[in-house]
Design a protein around this ligand. Structure first.
Ligand SMILES: Cc1cc2nc3c(=O)[nH]c(=O)nc-3n(C[C@H](O)[C@H](O)[C@H](O)COP(=O)(O)OP(=O)(O)OC[C@H]3O[C@@H](n4cnc5c(N)ncnc54)[C@H](O)[C@@H]3O)c2cc1C
Ligand SMILES: NC(=O)c1ccc[n+]([C@@H]2O[C@H](COP(=O)([O-])OP(=O)(O)OC[C@H]3O[C@@H](n4cnc5c(N)ncnc54)[C@H](O)[C@@H]3O)[C@@H](O)[C@H]2O)c1
Length: 477
C-alpha cells in the first residue's frame, strides 16, 4: 500500500467496520480498514457464525424427533465430528482470505496491524515486525474495534485458563463436562450446543437465565435445558476457582462446588478501547464510546467539526452484528454526506440516524426453544413511562405450531402502548420463532396502528397466526 491519506480511516475490520467503509466508498470517498487479527472480526470466526453452526445440527435433529412419521425415521445420534466439520466450513478454518478478497473487490484499502489514534484525524498502525505506518484521514476516523469478554473478579479464575466464547465456539474436542459462569445469551446458547454434544453441562447464573428478556423466556429455556440434562444453579456465584488433574473446581457462594473438565466464562463484554490512542485526543481510555444518533463520539467535544465516530459493540448501543451493521450504514452514509457538504438527515428515522437502536432492536437467542424479541419488554416499557397493556398467548395453541412439532410449547407476548395503540415490544419463545420476528420489527418500526394490523392477515395454517390470536385477545378497538 502506497497511499497514506484517505477520506476515511476505520480502526477494526469486523462485520461492522466493513459496512462503514463500503457505504463511504459507495458514497464516493476513499477508505482504509485497519485490522490486527482476522478480517471479518468476532462474528465470522468466534461468535455468530460458528456458534449458530454448533447449535443448528442438534436443533434440527430434535425438530425431526418432534414430528410423528419423521421421528421413526431418525433413530441415530447427533454426529458431533460432522457438526464440528460443518462449523469449520463456516469459519473457513479461521482463514480470512475470502473476506480480504471482498474488501479488495469493494475498492477498500486494508492495512494489517494494530491501529492507534495519534491526534485529530491521524492514526498509526503498528505491524507485527514493530514497524509503523502513519495514516491521515481527510474527513473521519471510525472506531469499530468491538468488545472483549469480561473476566469476573473470582479468585483464581485467570489461573485456571477458563474458556471464553472464543474457545467455546472454536473447540475441536468436546469436554466431558463444562461449567458455564453466566446466564445470558452466550451461556444459554453454548449450554444448548454442548449438552447436545453429550457434555455434562452446569450453568452457574447468579441472577437467572436471560434476565433482560420477558420472564417466561428464561423459564421456558431453563425447562428445556434441564430436559437436555443441564444442571442450572441460580442465585449463587463462584467464590474461587482452581484446577488440578481432575479438572476445574468452582467453589460457590452457597458452600457447594462444581467440578468440570473446562469452565466457560460468559459474563458479558468490555470495550476494546484501552490501547487505541484515545488519550491523545482527550478521550477517556477503557470506556464504551458514547455516540449520538449519527454515531459521532460525544466525548469529542474539543473539535468543532466532528471527525471521530464509533460503530458496533464499542459504542454499547446493542451488542449485535445486525444492529452494528445498521449503525454502519448510517455512519458510512453520513460521513460521505458531510464530507461532500450534502444534506444530512439526522432527525428521528432519517437516513443518517440510527434511531432503531433506541426502540426497535431485534434479537434472537438460538436456544431450543428459540427466543426472538424486538423493542421493549413489558418491564422496560413500564420503566420508560409507557402506559402499556400486555397480551400473552400460548403459541402451541396455534394450528400452525401444532403442525410444526408434536406437543409444540411456546409463548408470545405483545406490549401495546395504550396511548398511541401501537406495539412497542414483542417476544416469541418456541421452536423456529427466529424466522417470525421480522414481521414484529416492521410493526414496531412502522408504528403500525393496532386497528390496521387487523388487516394484515396471516396465512393459514402457519405459526404467524399468533398475530391474529394476539389481536383477538387484545380486542378490536
Ligand atoms: C459467542 C457469541 C455469539 C454471538 N452470536 C451473535 C448472533 O448470533 N447474532 C448477533 O447479531 N450477534 C451475535 N454476537 C455478537 C456479535 O458477535 C458482535 O455484536 C459483533 O461481532 C460486533 O461486531 P464489531 O464489528 O463491532 O466488532 P468485532 O466483530 O469484534 O470486530 C472488531 C475488529 O476490530 C479489530 N481490532 C480491535 N482493535 C483493533 C486495533 N486497535 N487495531 C486494529 N484492529 C483492531 C478486531 O481484531 C476485530 O476484528 C455474538 C457474540 C458472541 C460472543
Ligand atoms: N444470538 C445472539 O444474538 C447472541 C449470542 C451470543 C451473544 N450475543 C451478544 O453478546 C453479548 C455478550 O453475551 P454474554 O452472554 O457474554 O453477556 P450477557 O450480558 O448476555 O450475559 C452476561 C451474564 O453474566 C452474568 N454475570 C456478569 N458478571 C458476572 C459475575 N461477576 N459472576 C457471575 N456471573 C456474572 C450476568 O448476570 C449475565 O447472566 C450479549 O450482549 C449479546 O447481545 C448475542
Amino acid at each position: 500500500m502506497t497511499d497514506t491519506e484517505f477520506d476515511l480511516i476505520v480502526i477494526g475490520a469486523g462485520a461492522v467496520a466493513e459496512n462503514v467503509a463500503d457505504r463511504a466508498v459507495q458514497g464516493g470517498l476513499t477508505a482504509v480498514l485497519i485490522e490486527s487479527e482476522l478480517v471479518g472480526g468476532e462474528c465470522s470466526y468466534w461468535a455468530c457464525m460458528p456458534s449458530k453452526a454448533l447449535l443448528r445440527s442438534g436443533i434440527a435433529l430434535r425438530a425431526a424427533q418432534n414430528v410423528g412419521g419423521t421421528k421413526e425415521a431418525v433413530t441415530g445420534e447427533l454426529d458431533v465430528a460432522a457438526t464440528l466439520a460443518r462449523r469449520d466450513s463456516f469459519t473457513s478454518n479461521w482463514d480470512d482470505q475470502g473476506q480480504v478478497d471482498w474488501v479488495e473487490s469493494a475498492g477498500i484499502a486494508l492495512v494489517r496491524g494494530h491501529g492507534r489514534i495519534t491526534g485529530v484525524r491521524t492514526v498509526s498502525v503498528e505491524h507485527g515486525d514493530g514497524s509503523h505506518t502513519q495514516l491521515t484521514a481527510r474527513h473521519a476516523v471510525v472506531v469499530a474495534t468491538g468488545s472483549d469478554p469480561v473476566l469476573p473478579d473470582i479468585p483464581g479464575i485467570a489461573d485456571v485458563q477458563p474458556w471464553t466464547p472464543r474457545e467455546a465456539t472454536s473447540a475441536k474436542i468436546i469436554p466431558a463436562s463444562l461449567a458455564i459462569v453466566g446466564g445470558g445469551v452466550v451461556a444459554v446458547e453454548m449450554a444448548t450446543a454442548y449438552a447436545s454434544f453429550g457434555s455434562d453441562v452446569t450453568i452457574i447464573a447468579r441472577s437467572g437465565l436471560l434476565t433482560t428478556q420477558e420472564d417466561f423466556a428464561g423459564e421456558l429455556v431453563g425447562e428445556s435445558l434441564r430436559a437436555l440434562g443441564v444442571t442450572i444453579t441460580t442465585g449463587v456465584s463462584p467464590t474461587s476457582a482452581s484446577r488440578d488433574d481432575a479438572g476445574v473446581t468452582l467453589e460457590l457462594s452457597d458452600g457447594s462446588s462444581v467440578l468440570a473438565a473446562e469452565v466457560l466464562v460468559a459474563a458479558g463484554r468490555q470495550p476494546r478501547t484501552t490501547d487505541i490512542g484515545l488519550d491523545t485526543v482527550g478521550i477517556a481510555v477503557g470506556d464504551w464510546l458514547d455516540v449520538d444518533d449519527t454515531l459521532l463520539v460525544r466525548a469529542d467535544t474539543n473539535h468543532k467539526h466532528g471527525w471521530l465516530y464509533a460503530t458496533g459493540d464499542v459504542n454499547h448501543r446493542a451488542l449485535l452484528t445486525h444492529q452494528g451493521k445498521y449503525q454502519a450504514r448510517a455512519a458510512g452514509d453520513v460521513i460521505a454526506a458531510r464530507a461532500q457538504s450534502k444534506a444530512v438527515h439526522d432527525g428521528a428515522w432519517g437516513a443518517h440516524a440510527a434511531t432503531a437502536d433506541h426502540a426497535a432492536v431485534p434479537q434472537v437467542t438460538f436456544s431450543d426453544p428459540e427466543v426472538a424479541s424486538v423493542g421493549l419488554t413489558s418491564d422496560a416499557a413500564r420503566k420508560a413511562g409507557y402506559d402499556i397493556r400486555v397480551v400473552d398467548y400460548e403459541l402451541g395453541s396455534v394450528a400452525g405450531a401444532s403442525l410444526q412439532a408434536d406437543g409444540y410449547k411456546g409463548r408470545a407476548r405483545m406490549v401495546v402502548d395504550e396511548k398511541r395503540k401501537v406495539i412497542v415490544g414483542l417476544t416469541f419463545v418456541g421452536q423456529d420463532v427466529s424466522e417470525m420476528i421480522h414481521a414484529a420489527t416492521i410493526a414496531v418500526v412502522g408504528e403500525v396502528p393496532i386497528d390496521r394490523l387487523w388487516h394484515a392477515v396471516p396465512a393459514y395454517p402457519t405459526m404467524n397466526e399468533i398475530w391474529l390470536r394476539l389481536l383477538e385477545t387484545y380486542g378490536r378497538p
